[in-house]
Design a protein around this ligand. Structure first.
Ligand SMILES: C[S@@+](CC[C@H](N)C(=O)[O-])C[C@H]1O[C@@H](n2cnc3c(N)ncnc32)[C@H](O)[C@@H]1O
Length: 321
């Protein structure tokens, strides 16, 4: 799923690390990402290399999927400028470049100079990203920032202290045409997104995706969490550092995209893999009018049934023509 130039640049940057050394770091980082939020996890050059090897393909896949859904919700949006906050090695830059070729001015804010170093090295292989400005700064609500049409924060808001997150989200929204925040698809990641969504709505932005409405989220905390999934192929290196044998993995993510002006929205969003049985498709929906609903589409419904069979978790419902 990674763009070819990024995959090649990544392989080249990681060639000096032995896969079994990276694998040991990956095991430690996986545990630390799983158990601890509100702090940064990458502390050495080996941590950064391991992150790029095993997480960047997955965060790229999540970002490009979330951005694709945001772009579908705002078809006229053709941003010229992008600010990516907590940009790490640049997964969201690459994803935004693949989604909106109109981007010409790209700025990254990242506090770790070694991470910036690797991100810059990777970006050099892309004509569209080689001119990006990488700014070393620690994000806080008072930090000066360039104006940008598109502002993103991918897998980074949850690393900030909880007390700062609402203010940082308002800071992201200032003068932006679209804001996208992405977090891991865990109950904790979803809770971070739910807070971000609330801050964006209170700021006066309109929720473009995934929600079909701007009102309170109908999902009860502790009972369920709103998340989506993307399947990505694992490269040979990825398989070695992850000690995995499968040729793919499923990345679960939660996200919110908000726009300064209202965008046309799907009437509902599919919240689970549709259950497909002979002659029946069952859809778990978040609807604009009735909260959460389970809908059965039967073969007798002809064209709607055929469309339901092609519908995937995360799609809008009913499908656009
Ligand atoms: C999990 S990584 C995500 C990187 C990238 N956005 C992605 O999607 O792959 C989180 C990044 O946020 C950065 N970060 C965490 N707290 C930060 C802060 N207060 N200011 C700037 N960057 C921060 C970390 O250094 C790290 O690069």
């Amino acid at each position: 799923m990674l763009p070819d130039d990024l995959r090649t640049a990544l392989d080249r940057a990681l060639a000096r690390y032995a896969p079994h050394d990276l694998a040991a770091v990956v095991a430690r980082l996986t545990e630390s990402y799983r158990t601890e939020t509100g702090r940064t996890h990458l502390h050495s050059q080996a941590d950064i290399a391991a992150y790029a090897a095993y997480r960047m393909p997955a965060t790229y896949a999540a970002a490009v999927t979330a951005m694709g859904r945001a772009a579908a919700a705002a078809p006229g949006f053709a941003p010229a400028s992008h600010l990516d906050v907590g940009g790490g090695t640049g997964a969201a830059l690459w994803a935004a470049g693949a989604t909106w070729p109109s981007l010409t001015k790209v700025t990254v804010i990242e506090h770790d100079p070694h991470i910036i170093d690797l991100g810059k090295r990777l970006a050099r292989s892309s004509p569209a990203l080689s001119g990006a400005t990488w700014r070393q700064a620690s994000v806080h609500p008072g930090l000066d920032r360039p104006a940008a049409d598109l502002v993103t924060m991918s897998y980074a808001l949850g690393e900030l202290p909880e007390r700062d997150r609402q203010d940082v989200v308002r800071w992201l929204a200032a003068d932006a045409t679209m804001v996208i925040v992405i977090e891991p698809g865990t109950p904790t990641g979803y809770a971070t997104i739910a807070q971000a969504r609330q801050a964006l709505a209170e700021y006066g932005m309109h929720i473009a995706a995934p929600c079909p409405h701007d009102g309170p989220c109908p999902i009860l905390p502790g009972r369920d969490w709103c998340h989506f999934s993307v399947r990505l192929p694992r490269s040979a290196l990825h398989r070695r550092v992850k000690l995995g044998t499968l040729g793919f993995e499923d990345e679960k993510f939660s996200y919110v995209a908000a726009t300064a002006t209202p965008a046309p929205r799907a009437a509902a969003r599919v919240l689970r893999h549709p259950a497909k049985r002979k002659g029946l498709v069952s859809l778990r929906l978040c609807t604009g009018e009735d909260g959460l609903r389970d809908v059965l589409v039967s073969k007798r419904q002809g064209e709607l049934y055929r469309r339901a069979r092609d519908t995937e978790w995360g799609d809008g419902w009913p499908p656009e023509d």
